[in-house]
Write a protein that binds this ligand. Structure first.
Ligand code: NAD
Ligand code: MG
Length: 391
């Protein structure tokens, strides 16, 4: 039996992971963690006969305990209990909490030398160098789950990374791709939170419309594959059937294609280094008919330009970028700032952090990263207030 823990079990990636686990008889679910969706967490814990269910919120302890009364499933609550779950013996851990909250639990699992399937891209954006060196130090394996990164990873099997010229991540363009630039400033949460091809959590769906998701993925690719900023490209591909392209120095390009279903990259990480049957729709190119590609317009997607600046700055820039982006997204969701203001807030927060603290100093520990994250969040809120006053 393979022992498996799922962080963020009640989310979109978590549910897809559990869907795959339910089809197997060789796994033992160890711990499932979630946020406020206590009823769903309890349901999943029972269906999968988990040993432990953890909610990240202390005030949800009572309701979760009550929902699992008599089940024999252990219950815990609070951020520390989520991290604790990462220390439990397991062979494979899915890191699918959304946001910087996924950082510490992922590190806990890596410190135990686990195989960690990493959906939480924020971990690599905020603490890429640290995370990869932590994994090496403890003999842990990190497997990409983001569909583009899984695609690159698969295209690189048997290849020498030194023979790679460029890596191209595709982007659907999100729900607002065809909106005129003038209209974008007025996009609502409902407009930005619908995606043409992928069914995902609300936050990443809005990040897809603003291209912050792709910006994060560019940084994620740099950290995961140790590429230079210049080697990473983005291509708009509305059909989301080609997930990534790897160009080699002999001029060959390897593309990864498949239907847009997260159970493919999750299943690849689950079965790695082998391949096994997965319940995903088979892509029929004759039916698809065409594949379109276009270069992204950087005026429309300032997040992509910011990603390049963040990579060039290095040091703390990724952590500041992510924190500012999360704060800007919260304020957009709450209706306090407009869709296009998000990039302005992130840019101003990076500039303010650079002016006051400097972006160049790399974090040397998880605590350093968490401190930078907290400082950057405070500054992002100040930036939002200052922009509000100026408007
Ligand atoms: P989601 O919003 O659907 O689910 C997030 C999960 O994290 C839930 O279980 C939630 O309860 C939990 N969570 C939220 N805040 C928490 C906190 N403070 N502490 C502990 N747990 C908390 O998100 P998702 O779409 O499944 O995305 C999860 C991660 O995977 C993100 O990092 C996202 O960027 C990445 N990802 C998602 C997809 C996708 O298709 N959804 C694709 C690629 C990468
Ligand atoms: Mg992706």
């Amino acid at each position: 039996m393979r022992r498996i823990t799922v962080f963020g079990a009640t989310g979109s990636v978590g549910e897809s992971t559990l869907d795959l686990l339910a089809r197997r008889d060789d796994v033992k679910v160890v711990a499932l963690t979630g946020g406020r969706q206590v009823a769903r967490l309890a349901e999943l814990a029972q269906a999968h006969r988990a040993e432990l269910a953890v909610t990240a919120h202390e005030e949800c302890y009572g309701p979760l305990k009550a929902a699992l009364a008599g089940s024999g499933i252990e219950v815990a609550a609070g951020p520390a209990a989520v991290v604790e779950a990462g220390y439990r013996q397991a062979d494979w851990v899915m890191s699918a909490i959304v946001g910087a909250a996924g950082l510490a639990p992922g590190f806990a699992a890596l410190s135990q030398g686990r195989t960690v399937a990493l959906a939480n891209k924020e971990s690599l954006v905020t603490a890429g160098k640290l995370l990869m060196s932590e994994a090496r130090a403890h003999g842990a394996t990190v497997l990409p789950v983001d569909s583009e990164h899984s695609a690159v990873f698969q295209a690189l099997v048997g290849e020498d990374i030194a023979a790679v010229e460029t890596v191209t991540l595709t982007a659907s363009g999100g729900g607002l791709r065809d909106w005129p630039l003038e209209k974008l400033a007025h996009a609502t949460v409902a407009d930005a939170a619908s995606h043409p091809n992928w069914a995902m959590g609300q936050r990443i769906t809005i990040d897809s419309a603003s291209m912050f998701n792709k910006a994060m993925e560019v940084i994620e690719a740099r950290e995961f594959f140790s590429l230079s900023p210049e080697q990473i490209r983005v291509l708009i591909h509305p059909q989301s059937l080609v997930h990534a392209l790897v160009a080699f120095r002999d001029g060959a390009i390897m593309a990864h294609l498949g239907s847009p279903d997260m159970r493919h990259p999750i299943g690849y990480a689950l079965n790695w280094p082998k391949r096994a049957e997965l319940p995903v729709a088979r892509l029929d190119l004759a039916t698809a008919g065409r594949l379109d590609f276009a270069a992204p317009d950087l005026r429309r997607y300032p997040a992509l330009r910011l990603a390049q600046e963040v990579m060039r700055a290095g040091g703390a820039a990724g952590a500041v970028f992510n924190a500012a982006k999360e704060v800007a997204l919260d304020h957009f969701i709450d209706g306090e700032i407009g869709f296009l203001d998000m990039a302005g807030v992130v840019e101003d927060t990076l500039a303010r952090h650079d002016a006051v603290t400097g972006l160049g100093n790399a974090a040397e520990s998880l605590q350093d990263v968490l401190d930078i994250d907290a400082t950057a969040r405070r500054r992002a809120v100040e930036v939002i207030r200052a922009r509000g006053r100026a408007a």
